[in-house]
Design a protein around this ligand. Structure first.
Ligand code: R5P
Length: 302
């Protein structure tokens, strides 16, 4: 066991902290997180952190704003209690899509969130498939060595293990998803990949154009970073079926599955629907713990 290193999980990260501590034989510490009667958040660090490297894991989701405040309180306490080094693992970074002022007067939420992280001082920030489209220097923004790793390789390993992927095309449902389609294709021995074109009408409604993709008579793996309302996947599946796709599988890193998204997706009768455990959901069949571990040992040179 690495005596100096301690792994701690917040309310949305304990499952990953437990798995990471097993993979790396790291000590698993404990936190107490509860509410005061008036709704304020109470955090207490129950394991000695003084002089130690602490890996703190929490996803900023479900009760998003609660999760953010719990995370900031915990990291600040870790610092205050004398942790030598704090490595924050934020598997799902919320607010990343509000990375610009799309309409006059809007708050640029990810900038504000990053300022909070900067204020509590972390040494390294590991996150997974975060939207970084308009953020050119995330290390500066968050005031920490920034590591944006991918969960798509773990999804690809799952598909390879559990399905026959002959005669299969990898599809990204929009242009931004090309990066994930490419990684999935690389991991699956260079399967052909293509992307569709998406226009977002409202938060829940999108229009998908397929352009020239050829999926007739082929199986498809659709890969995306997030399933939120499910609108993107639903429209992509409809369009691909119209083009004659055979069986369709879907893999997404962050299964937010807002509202009735899960049931709407079940109605599509997909061959498989899988997400990772950056967020616990009914489709979180793939763990990102091995990807986090591998980044961690690179950072720590162990
Ligand atoms: C957006 O650009 C992302 O890559 C996802 O495609 C999007 O967040 C999915 O959202 P929804 O499930 O609501 O269509």
């Amino acid at each position: 066991m690495n005596e100096e290193l301690l792994v701690l999980g917040g309310s949305n990260g304990e499952h990953l902290a437990i798995e990471l501590s097993s993979i790396g034989a790291f000590e698993l510490g404990s936190l107490e997180v509860r509410k005061f009667p008036d709704g304020e958040t109470y955090v207490r660090v129950l394991t000695k952190v003084d002089g130690r490297t602490v890996v703190y894991i929490n996803s900023l989701q479900r009760n998003v704003n609660e999760a953010i405040f719990e995370t900031i309180l915990t990291i600040d306490a870790l610092r205050d209690l004398g942790a030598k080094e704090v490595i924050a693992v934020i598997p799902y970074m919320s607010y990343a899509r509000q990375d610009a002022r799309f309409n006059p007067g809007e708050a640029i939420s990810i900038y504000t969130l990053a300022k909070m992280f900067k204020a509590v001082k972390i040494d390294h920030l590991i996150t997974i498939d975060m939207h970084l489209h308009r953020i050119s220097n995330p290390s500066d923004l968050f005031g920490a060595n920034f590591h944006n790793i991918t969960g798509v390789r773990e999804l690809a390993k799952y598909f390879e293990r559990t399905h026959d992927i002959e005669n299969t095309v990898v599809i990204g449902p929009d242009e931004e998803a090309e990066q994930w389609a490419k990684v999935m294709s690389e991991e699956l021995n260079g399967l052909e990949y293509a992307v569709l074109k998406k226009t977002r009408i409202t938060a829940e409604k999108v229009v998908i154009e397929t352009g020239g993709v050829n999926v007739a008579g082929k199986n498809v793996i659709i890969v995306d970073d997030i399933i939120s309302t499910g609108g993107t996947i639903i429209e992509a599946v409809k369009a691909l079926k119209e083009l004659g796709a055979r069986e369709i599988m879907v893999g997404a890193v962050h299964p937010l599955l807002i509202g009735n998204a899960y049931n709407r997706l079940l109605r599509l009768r997909l061959k498989d629907l899988v997400g990772t455990n950056t967020i616990l959901s009914p489709i979180s069949k793939v763990s990102v713990a091995p990807a986090i571990y591998s980044e961690l040992i690179t950072i720590l040179s162990i």
